[in-house]
Ligand binder design. Structure first.
Ligand SMILES: [Zn+2]
Length: 432
């Protein structure tokens, strides 16, 4: 990449090929930023210009500059930062009082069309990379590939394939009458015992997923009684993590209850999603093992609010939403103080797509300084995704995923909701 671009610049400079020169210039942008967030040093640098050539960041200059032929993007009222990363999104989901009824009639293509629209909303909110942690069969992989081919607009996606146990969070047969629950295709992601879950991990690899998502405890939205019961044995967890490792797939664990969470941490999962009843022993284990917490305060706050609305949830879900939902923000505050590694994730699809940046406000409310919250959604997200060499900071040579918000988010974190400019891979998708 670098060498071919250098070659182009040399030809252009020598004036050997005027046509090539204009192509090279057309690909150069100069983003003139009032403020630039350095997420490594947690500093805000005043008046910087980011020069982008093709897909990558060429250099950062002091003051407002404009290389000859560059397309200038005026961000003199804005704060520039790396493209945001949400590690927990469900593009096909839109929680509503009719979600359950809808699922009786929806086919995967119905979810896929919805996911395409939500992918664009997510990108326009400044989220240039996401992990998709669960959708109808085939949906997240197809949307990921469609975005990569340039057919539709959306963030860079890593898609997770589910592996779960009978009756667990993610078992689609939960709550169905007997003959529906016996539908063979519903068993697609469900296995019991090390041999079966090993096979499921291999099937998810065959299905072209990037990572494995497991549910080690109950969940709020599943039509099952417990939100915190452990759902996988130590033997099953060991088999899942070991097999996933063979294929280079990290494992992420949905977890509310302390026991299931600790089993997952000990087994070597990369991230804990939600983490509601994380206790002191769990925090110590996470620090010891280098496990990341993806708190999803947005989802907790949203379901707690909806639980007050009569008829929004079925009763079996409402009780869990009202109990578990309000606990997440307080747990986040304790985990942050204790020094657990935290990366940004919302569980969007529970709360509305496009509102992902509200999570920043919730993190800051709970005691995390604004610049650390921004680092959780940039450098930390890129590190979890294994993309830190290319993404997560604004440095020369990295991919040009750059966003800008109106005003200064350090003074008022709700400015993160005022997304004004979005660039992904050097292409501007949203202009101020
Ligand atoms: Zn989720």
């Amino acid at each position: 990449m670098l060498s071919s671009r250098n070659k182009l610049t040399r030809y252009a400079a020598a004036g050997m090929m005027m046509a090539l020169a204009s192509v090279a210039h057309a690909q150069t942008s100069a983003l003139q930023c009032a403020r630039l967030v350095d997420v490594k040093t947690l500093a805000v640098l005043p008046e910087r210009t980011i020069v982008v050539e093709g897909k990558r960041i060429a250099r950062i200059e002091s003051g407002y500059t404009a290389p000859q032929g560059a397309a200038v993007v005026d961000l003199k009222q804005h704060t520039c930062m790396p493209g945001l990363i949400d590690l927990h999104v469900h593009l096909g989901s839109e929680l509503s009082p009719t979600s359950t009824v809808e699922s009786m009639g929806f086919n995967p293509p119905d979810y896929a069309i919805r996911a395409v629209a939500n992918a664009e909303k997510t990108l326009m909110a400044g989220f240039t990379s996401i992990r998709e942690l669960g959708a109808a069969p085939g949906v997240s992989v197809a949307v990921r590939d469609g975005i990569n081919r340039g057919i539709v607009k959306g963030p860079r996606i890593q898609a997770a394939g589910g592996v779960g146990s009978t009756g667990g969070h993610g078992d689609p047969a939960n709550g169905l009458r007997a003959e529906l629950a016996a539908t063979p295709s519903l068993e697609r992601n469900i296995g019991n015992g090390p041999a079966e879950v090993t096979k499921l991990v291999r099937q998810r690899y065959r299905d072209r997923f990037d990572l494995i998502k497991i549910a080690t405890t109950g969940g709020v939205l599943s039509l099952a009684r417990s939100g915190d019961a452990p759902l996988l044995s130590d033997e099953e967890l060991a088999a899942i993590v070991k097999t996933a490792r063979d294929y280079g797939m990290p494992v992420t664990a949905h977890a509310h209850g302390a026991e299931g969470m600790k089993r997952a941490i000990r087994a070597g999962v990369q991230t804990i999603e939600h983490g509601t009843y994380l206790d002191e022993e769990g925090m110590r284990l996470m620090k010891e093992k280098g496990t990341w917490l993806v708190p999803t305060i947005s989802a907790g706050r949203y379901v707690a609010e909806r639980a007050k609305q009569a008829g929004f949830f079925q009763e079996i879900v409402r009780v869990k939403a009202a109990t578990i939902g309000p606990e997440i923000q307080g747990m986040f505050a304790r985990a942050y103080k204790a020094g657990v590694k935290i990366a940004f994730g919302t569980d969007q699809g529970v709360a509305p797509h496009g509102d992902n940046a509200k999570e920043f406000q919730y993190m800051v409310e709970a005691g995390m300084p604004p610049l650390e919250a921004i680092r959780a959604a940039t450098l930390n997200g890129a590190t979890v995704m294994g993309l830190e060499k290319d993404l997560g900071t604004i440095e020369s040579g990295k991919l040009a995923d750059i966003v800008a918000v109106s005003g200064d988010p350090v003074k008022d974190i709700t400015n993160m909701m005022k997304m004004a400019m979005v660039m992904k891979d050097g292409v501007v998708y949203k202009r101020p």
